[in-house]
Design a binder for this molecule. Structure first.
Ligand SMILES: [Zn+2]
Length: 243
């Protein structure tokens, strides 16, 4: 079967991407993509000194307005492309900073980057609990995914903790075309667990320019290789239900 084409990891010029949100949407329409998310950086770690980030309330508000405008355009013109308001949260940022500017119900999708230890699972659980308590309507809680996550960190001794976390908190695994080492065969055991526990898998290209918006062939091939097609379908239905 022909799978829907998704790229849930795209950077615009609101952080370190080259293009405007409008340009990204225009190009995605041309490419025939079905689901995309703009997911600019949110961090106060070392990274914030090197790249532009979503670092103020005003900037985040402009960012969300611009995505909203594009979402309205797509709806009004009956385009099949669906656009999500995303953000990539660096969990090596301070807890205080993460809580400071991210109003969780304003986003459709949150990517978590730099999950590498069981301690960081405890850290992010705490943040998720805080986010959940901060909203009035449960339906407004965004979809959560792991950005360019390398399961290798957890393979020796901590795989169960990881899988329980993904399952209980409804977090998907991203096949990221810019980080193929994350889905190398040394991680086969992890992918077997994903299949067994029906954990959703997505595709994100970590696009920083228009050229890589459609780099989904290789991730799709790896999804087939690990027989995770039904996990991909679960993600698609989560996306459709969130509309
Ligand atoms: Zn990224």
């Amino acid at each position: 079967m022909q799978f829907p084409k998704i790229n849930l990891h795209i950077h615009s010029n609101y952080s370190d991407g080259r293009n405007s949100i409008k340009q990204i949407v225009k190009k995605s329409l041309k490419l025939g993509l079905d689901f995309i998310a703009i997911s600019d950086h949110y961090t106060n770690s070392w990274k914030a000194g090197i790249i532009p980030t979503l670092n103020s309330i005003d900037k985040i508000s402009d960012y969300l307005d611009e995505i909203s405008n594009c979402q309205n355009y797509l709806k009004e013109n009956n385009k099949k492309l669906v656009l999500y308001k995303g953000i990539e949260v660096d969990i090596s940022s301070s807890e205080r900073y993460i809580k400071k500017f991210v109003q969780i119900d304003q986003f459709d999708l949150v990517l978590i980057e730099y999950l590498q230890t069981p301690e960081s699972i405890a850290f992010i659980k705490n943040i998720i609990r805080y986010w959940k308590n901060s909203i009035t309507n449960r339906d407004d809680f965004p979809i959560l995914g792991l950005a360019h996550f390398d399961p290798f960190y957890f393979l020796h001794g901590n795989l169960e903790i990881l899988i329980e976390f993904l399952k209980n908190y409804n977090i998907y695994f991203e096949f990221n075309s810019s980080y193929p080492q994350c889905y190398s065969s040394r991680n086969t055991q992890f992918f077997e667990k994903l299949r067994e526990h029906k954990i959703p898998v997505a595709i994100g290209c970590d696009s920083h320019n228009l050229l890589s918006l459609n780099d989904i062939e290789e991730p799709l091939e790896m999804i087939r290789y690990y027989e995770l097609e039904s996990n991909y379908k679960i993600l698609i239905s989560i996306l459709k239900n969130s509309l």
